[in-house]
Structures are given as C-alpha cells and as structure tokens.
Design a protein around this ligand. Sequence first.
Ligand code: UDP
Length: 478
Amino acid sequence: MDSEPPVELYFFPFVGGGHQIPMIDTARVFAAHGAKSTILSTTLSNALRFRNSIHRDQTLNRRITIHVLDLPNDAAPPDTSMSAAPFTDTSVFQQPLKQFLTQNPPDCIVIDIFHRWASDLIDSLGIRRIVFNGNGFFSRCVMHNVSRFRPHEKLGSDSEPFVVPGLPDRVELTKSQLPVFSRNKSGPDKFGQLEDKSFGVVVNSFYELESKYADYFKKELGKKAWGIGPVSLCNRDEADKSERGQAASFDEENMKWCLNWLDSQEPNSVVYISFGSLARLSYKQLIEIAHGLENSKQGFVWVIGKVCTSENENHENEENWLVGFEKRMRESQRGVVIRGWAPQILMLEHKSVGGFVSHCGWNSTLESVCAGVPMITWPLSAEQFSNEKLITDLLGIGVQVGSKEWASWNMERKELIGREKVEDAVRKVVGGGDEAVEMRKRARDLAEKAKRAVEEGGSSYAEVDALISELKSLKKKN
Ligand code: UDP
C-alpha cells in the first residue's frame, strides 16, 4: 500500500434521485481507486439510504465515510426525498458546510451544480472545486451550441426541425423539444460560469459511448473534464443493486412474486417502464400506456411514480380503473405494476427484460446501456430530448415513441401519446423482429465496452486515476 497520505475528496450530492444516486456511486468509485471519499449528506435520514452500501465498502478496507451536515437550530429542512425538485433551495446548509470545510479542508470537493450557492463559498475558502451536473458529453455539446448559435430563433414554428450547428454529426431538434429556459434570450449562463471557474467537471460517461463528443467537449469547448462512468457499475453486490437509491416499494413477498414471474418469461420478451425519480404523468397518459401495454401482448414491469394531478379534478375513477388493470394483469400473469420505487438495475439485468420504456434520464440511459437493453425513448424534460437523439439516431439502440413536447417535470403536458404508439414501439423492441435483433446486438456490444471502460486498463478507469494523480501532485506542491 502507498505510504503517502491518500488524496481526500469530498462529495456534496444534491438530494434528487438522478443526482444523488450517481454522486454516491462516484464517491464509491474514487474510494475503490484508493482515494479517501467523504460524502456530505444533508440530513441523517438521507444518509441512511445508502449507508449499507458504504458500510460494505468499508469492510473491503475502502476509505469512505458519510459526514452529516447538521441543520442550524430552528431551520426548516429542505425536501430530502428522491423526487426533490431540481431547484430546491439547500442554502440552509451554508454555515455547516463552511464550518466543516474550514476545519477539515480536503484536496478537492465535488459538488452538484444544483447547490448553486455553494460554489462561491468554496471558492472563497480556496478549496479546489469540481462540478457534477449529471449529464453526458453529447447533450452538453448540443445544449452548448444551441445557446451559442441560437438556431431555433430563425424558425417559423415550434415544430419545425433545425440542425444544431457545429457538431460532428447532423443532429436535428425542434424548438418544442428545447428546455423552455433555453428558448428565449436570457441573461448570463450562471451554471456555465460556475463551471468555468471550477477546477473541472466529472462526467458520468465512458469514452467509447460518445467519443466524438468527449473530444468536442474538451477540445472545441475547452472544458477540463474527466469521463469516469458508468459509475452504476460499481454496484456489484446484489444487496447494493436491490437497495440502490431507496428500498423498493414492494415488500419481500411481492418482490419474490415479481422475480419468479420474470424468471418464467421468455428471454428479452418483457418491457420495463419507468420515468425516473421525478417526472409525473397524468392519469390520462397512464391509461393510454396501460392500453398500449395490454394491446402489445408483451409482458411488462411498469413502475408508476407520482401522478400529475390538478387540485380541482377528481381522479377517483381513473385511479380505480388503474387498480383494476393492475389486478387483472397480475392475475393473468401478463405484467406487474410497482407503485413507487423499483430496483432498476436488478430489473434491467434480468434476462427476460428486453426493452426499457424510458424518459431518457441520463442515469437510466447509462443503466440500459450497461445491461445491453434497447430502449423505447420517451423524453419529457431536462436534456432528455438530446439523449434521445444519441440513443436512436447516433447509437441505434432505441426507437422513439414520438414525444415532441418539452415540459417541466411537474407541469401537465398538452401532448398525449396514444396507445397505438406505445403498442407499436413496444412490439418493435421486444416483439422479436429483425430491427430489435440488430438493436440488441449493438446494445450488448456497448454493454461490453462499458464494463471494459471501468476495469483496469479501461478508459474511465484511467480517467479516475488521472484525476487522483493530478490532485496528488498538487498536494505535494502545496
Ligand atoms: N431509479 C430507481 N428506481 C426507480 C426510479 C428510479 O432505481 O423506481 C433510479 C434509476 O436507476 C436512476 C435514477 O433513479 O439511477 C434516475 O435517474 P435518471 O437520470 O434516469 O432520471 P431522473 O430521475 O433524474 O429524471
């Protein structure tokens, strides 16, 4: 073992699922590479969610701990659920963070971009700051060039396609697929500025997945970045996979039923449906999905999270209809509905699961890639429409359901994707046609490359080591 003191990194994740989960994995990856990782957690209950995985790492002699930042007296805690909104204000932790950093300065702190207030504080303390924003290289290049060249401003309508200028490939989007906040000219890009002033950014991706865009990001856009993923691959233990994020909403008996049912299905015949930790669909849309799934005649595991409802409407009939559907599907052994949270990696890795209806959140995308499962892309918000282009047009590992409308996670959308579109897309991916066979081959090839990337000698493995070495040499100079 190295006699020098290890490089010490702090990780300050944002609570929302799509941000917290990969940052915890990132901290674990760095500890597995010999660094000392400390996760700064914002409440005790939040820390408890991933405590078991951290404990297992500790028994492997990895240097990883959780430090809980205490809430100042009388302060109200911000939302700490997996579905915390992207702009949840966490600045109540300013003082505890300052105190901890002043007393125990690390070699570097990796912070989530959503803790917007924290960057200035960290910079004022002279501590090296690395930014994590949860996205891949491709979508970052797309969004960068959209805001730089503003091609959507010259269009006649929101549905007219435009080509994103300057990229290595022809990438088409419509104005309606752009985040609302990036459509209109606004003030300076605060997030971009916080990144530009940082030591660099860590990106949960691997070179072989989006090599042209990793290069473009670093060389053309001049960003200092380390591609260190897919970090979800650090979850090798079954227990890590089944508890990841939070405990599954199914009790033991129901989960056993679900896994037994999956075991009894043909390989690659079942579709897994989930829209991530945050997105909410309306009852109307859920009912279209239900019909589409039933009509496709394919098996399914469908995770239904929170539903988008309006206060003045009564949804009792729709809810009753869904409950009846759920019961009918289960009794006829056609499919399973999980209300709440599912162990996504376990599900995707099951040999019967052959397709993933996904909102194209970046973590879900990577997890599908790692499992070699082709996708049915149904982007809703954030940078998901760019991810869809990567999955379907560039990598050829998915089919589009036909979503065209970007809307914020909690807004009711005008667009309704009909049952025929759902049925058609599901059949294309898990119905056994030639197109599906080709997509599956490409997805499996990428899954192999992902695994190689994080092993010794792989591209992401080398990037993690490179960052640790750089921090080590800076430590010597100090
Ligand atoms: N996730 C999960 N079970 C669920 C819903 C989500 O394990 O029932 C995990 C999923 O595996 C992924 C993360 O939550 O790691 C969601 O991140 P993503 O970027 O896909 O979407 P977001 O939630 O940020 O929209």
